[in-house]
Design a protein around this ligand. Structure first.
Ligand code: ZN
Length: 433
């Protein structure tokens, strides 16, 4: 067993002209000097030589931390060995071969890393286990977040596990039933406000000024720490040969930030020999990051006042983590692109035909890969962020042709599959002939 007690981490502002350092347990959400985003950085070098084998051995262990796909990689997490972790057995998500999706993207091969297979059905759990563990370590009374739904479900569950009070602010009428149901069932206090996600975010920041309240939005650097382990798990699943391209949906951009940090740390410690190009895909109607990327100057990030997309998980106009995501795209020579509502809907149906169910936001990846000109000898992994059961209303409407885009246009059910009313099984035999 490696000893973890000698590890030292700090919080550090990512703004190049600031770089202020703070104690790891300082209750901060942004840099108190300049308002910049915070990273958690290790101050000592780590001996990476025994890690691959150690992590592999842990897969046969019954220690709850070793059963978690996040805490199994705890050498890279800013906690000590005696930390009481709040876990639901997150991570350990499958990496699927997806031949039909590959075909649709005109590629010989495509892999799907399905983060929707986490305990609450979305990628948020990998970050939430770390965020809520830190909340409990700091003695918080109440954990809070603003959410389009998935964060709400995840925080509510982890808060329940940690026996902490939980308050969630959601945009009224803009959260799928399934996600709202999850948050309610896990016992969170859910507050609905008029407006969009960005309005909720503004409100929650005020609430978090109270000392006993801990904010667990994606701006929280501990969440990014948990989430970065997905890069570790993926690298391990690929026997430490990273793909040429990693494609992720872009909403609040915590995901791309976390993958960027995870792969950078693996690269810096010599566990992988290069980093994948990170491509972020946004819905056309909620694409402030894509606009920033396309602007040659890259000087001013302009928020979307009225983000519009049926992919509610990425319906975000003011993504707080954009500087970290931008760093990930730049460092890996990646890109940021957009896809239409029709492209998202069709790609989602194709992913389904591979036997893999995801929520609409996740399908931006396959829609995006189809548009990217990827060389057929390059390897690609798409990250699916949420489970199909997160938004079944969308699925049914797509297949029966009643899905209407935010601009009022009916989407074409290109790959429609509708229930067939029958009188007897005899007619079934005819239909399946
Ligand atoms: Zn700063």
């Amino acid at each position: 067993m490696l000893s973890l007690t000698n590890q030292k981490f700090i919080q550090q502002c990512i703004a190049p002209d600031c770089g202020a350092e703070f104690d790891l347990d300082a209750r901060l959400f942004v840099c108190s000097r300049c308002g910049g985003l915070l990273d958690i950085e290790r101050r000592e070098k780590i001996d990476s030589a025994p890690l691959r084998e150690l992590w592999r051995q842990r897969r046969t262990s019954l220690d709850p931390r070793d059963r978690s796909g996040v805490w199994r990689f705890r050498e890279f997490l800013p906690f000590t060995e005696d930390t009481e972790v709040v876990s639901l057995g997150e991570g350990n998500t499958p990496l699927y071969d997806a031949p039909r999706s590959a075909d649709y993207c005109r590629l010989p091969q495509l892999k799907l890393k399905h983060q929707g297979c986490n305990p609450t059905g979305s990628f948020k759990d990998t970050g939430m286990t770390a965020g809520v563990t830190q909340a409990r370590k700091l003695g918080a009374r109440l954990v809070v977040c603003a959410s389009t739904g998935n964060t709400a479900a995840s925080l509510a569950a982890y808060a329940a596990r940690a026996d902490l009070m939980c308050a969630i602010v959601v945009p009224s009428g803009h959260v799928s039933h399934a996600k709202l149901a999850q948050a309610l069932d896990y016992g969170a206090k859910v507050f609905e406000v008029d407006g969009n996600f960005d309005t909720c975010m503004d409100q929650i920041r005020e609430l978090a000024e109270d000392e006993s309240v801990y904010l667990v939005n994606s701006i929280n650097p501990f969440r990014i720490e948990g989430q970065k382990t997905v890069a570790f798990e993926l690298a391990e699943q690929l026997e430490w040969r990273v793909p040429d391209h990693l494609v992720v949906p872009g909403g609040n951009l915590g995901n791309s930030s976390a993958f960027g940090k995870g792969f950078r740390e693996l690269f810096e410690t010599g566990l992988i020999d290069r980093q994948p190009k990170i491509t972020v895909v946004q819905a056309e109607g909620a694409a402030p990051f894509a606009r920033f990327y396309s602007d040659i100057e890259h000087e001013r990030f302009v928020n979307d006042e009225h983000p519009q997309t049926l992919a509610s998980a990425i319906k975000i106009g003011a993504p707080v983590s954009w500087p970290k995501a931008w760093r990930a795209v730049q460092e890996t020579d990646g890109s940021v692109i957009t896809v239409t509502e029709q492209e998202i809907a069709d790609a989602k149906a194709i992913i389904g035909r591979d036997g893999v169910g995801c929520e609409p936001a996740s399908a931006t990846t396959v829609a995006g890969i189809r548009k990217l000109r990827i060389n057929e000898n390059e390897s690609v992994v798409a990250v699916l962020t949420g489970h199909v059961l997160k938004d079944t209303d969308y699925v049914i409407k797509y297949h029966n042709g009643s899905l209407v885009a935010p601009d009022g246009r009916h989407l074409t059910p290109t790959f429609a599959n509708v229930p067939i009313r029958i009188q007897s099984v005899k007619s079934v035999a005819d239909l399946l002939r």
